[in-house]
Ligand binder design. Sequence first.
Ligand SMILES: Nc1nc2c(ncn2[C@@H]2O[C@H](COP(=O)(O)OP(=O)(O)OP(=O)(O)O)[C@@H](O)[C@H]2O)c(=O)[nH]1
Ligand SMILES: [Mg+2]
Length: 711
Amino acid sequence: MEGKGVTAEESPSPGRDGIERRIDTRSAGADAASAADMDESMAAPEGEREADAGESAPREPGDPEPGNPEPGDPEPGDPEPGDPEPGDPEPGNEVALPGAWQRSRVRVDARLLEATLLNLRKRIAAIPLVFDIRGADEVSAERSKLLSQIDDYLLPRVRQSAAPILVALVGSTGAGKSTLVNSIVGTQVSLTGVRRPTTNSPVLACHPDDIGWFAENMFLPTLPRVRQEGLARPGRDGLLVLAASEGMTKGVALLDTPDIDSVVRAHHDFAYQFLDASDLWLFMTSASRYADAPVWEILQHARERGAALGVVLSRVPPSHRTELVAHFGAMLDANGITANNRFVIPETGIVDGMLPADIFQPIRDWLTETAHREDRRVAVLSQTMAGVLDTFKVRVPKLAAHVDAQVTLRAGLRRAAEAGYATALEEFETGTRDARLLRGEVLARWQDYAASGDLGAALRGRRSGHKSGRRARKGVGPTRSAALDSALRTAVQALVASVADRAAEQVTRGWRADPAGAALLAAAEAARARDERAKREFESAFGTNPDGPAAKQPTFDRCSPDLPPRVARAVSAWQDQLMRLIQHQSASKRAGGTGAAEPLSLVTLVAMLGEPSDPADAPWPAEPASAASTAGTADTDEIVTVPRELLTSILGDAESGQLISKAREDLSNRVRLLLDEELLRFVEVLDAAEPVDPVAAVRLYQAEYSLEAAR
Ligand SMILES: Nc1nc2c(ncn2[C@@H]2O[C@H](COP(=O)(O)OP(=O)(O)OP(=O)(O)O)[C@@H](O)[C@H]2O)c(=O)[nH]1
Ligand SMILES: [Mg+2]
């Protein structure tokens, strides 16, 4: 029974601007009273009403400022909590809420609201989504959604509060959405058809006086739009068609949208986007589709968003009306959908593609009243704005928590890499003690050198067939001294390479255990492989290294391919330094002059490598024999005790001790630098990823707090 149930309540109409200024962005249960009313209407006995419209909690007219409260284009700034003071808006820019509404909110400062929204937008856009941690995809989608809700709805609505109410008609394909829009407008502005789905691009119908609001790219600013000339024609996907018609009530625009449930996925996404940009959602499904999953998915979304919602059940066969309406109503209730306005369209004949007037009139009246009655308009805008802003209270902190997790993850990965290389240095330091390296080749070469008498002769300053110093290492022909030197160098270099390999393996294992770390490594390895390929192609094209061996594939779980030559250089430099030190010291000693520097440096190295980790275990100088008996075989004992004894006899106990510590410290520093460079490979991977601002989360919390304070 058309029109029945529509409360013809008298309402003061102070003009639209007056209404805008009383938009309440706090949830105030605006339509609570009417919800009950509508439930009743949905359950109304057959024949009593075809469609019904709900009531909103009435409001007193406020104290509006004339004119559109255009807030200008304030800088988003960086409002901190309490700055600017939300309770102290600029005069002339405040919104007074009279009567009962004052209980929930007294004033809303549009400028402040806009500034805080812009600030929150900036913070949301800036959140670092660097690492692929759990939930990163959802967070990325949520960020886009929040941004589009701010851009497509909140900012335009705050900036142009006098704009017509935008009603999005969404729902099942074939429910008759386009037919309903055409019927309400009185002209065919949207194509209807038997083909499913029919509508592929949204059509916005409004009064010609209102078209300017939508022609400007204020609402849905990223959506290209085109004005409709004459009757509807097939649209193009992704284009908003603007249809101006005298038949449309001023102050309200009706958006016919593509379906939510056909196989065309883009339609579904479109529908959600339009809902997010609208003031009022009119959801339409048919008697044959109301139990479909997409219906409840979108209604659930409406519930979560707290948007002002109307529901239309169409194509209801009169014979089963009571049963169907009751069942649909029960499903709405069971799903917590408190749609305040529920309409029923019975199955009926269509004339020229239009519904009979008595069928759609209640919906048309409801839309007209929503546009013209101040209380309705304010209630709708307030509910939808408060609805979306309320969701921010939960959603923004969730984003912030994710940002925190990113910061924690980055720090964790960095710590793991540092710990890996700190362990490597410790392992190196341990490895150069307790005669761990004085085995195998080193031991054999030492024995050769010491037993042959070459060492004694050299220490006395007599050349024994080879040159001293660095040249000896590159000298003509192998000598016992050079062989020992080479064995020592090889042993030290191999130790550095092995601890670096172990560290690389440990760090990569740790990183790979975390999906984000694994993704970072995989990306970095792929980039390195690409670089390597490009380098090889360049070399083969320009012949810079035509016969060069194919470079090793760089991987992170081994030390860098160029570490061994760098270690060799570092060990050479260390030995040179040791030699200089010995030359300096021995100049004042009876140490065979500078000619003994090289054998002395070899003796120092062997003595250094033989030092025990725990000084209490030192086999020299007190009881070399007894220490030797517990340390191992006589041969290995000798290599531990003899060099130190030799050094002590030449330089004295204190000086030889100092020399060994200096040598050890110098070597340790050089190896630390090499390992730092190895660590850098991992640090670079972290640094190559976008920086993670450690205070981004705090800024998000603050921005949300400021927005809340401004509401
Ligand atoms: N008999 C009858 N036919 C209707 C009614 N409503 C819609 N139709 C027809 O059903 C078909 C689909 O209607 P549309 O208005 O195009 O449906 P829609 O909801 O816009 O569908 P999509 O654009 O695909 O989402 C058209 O052929 C309409 O003429 C009705 O109440 N009664
Ligand atoms: Mg359609």
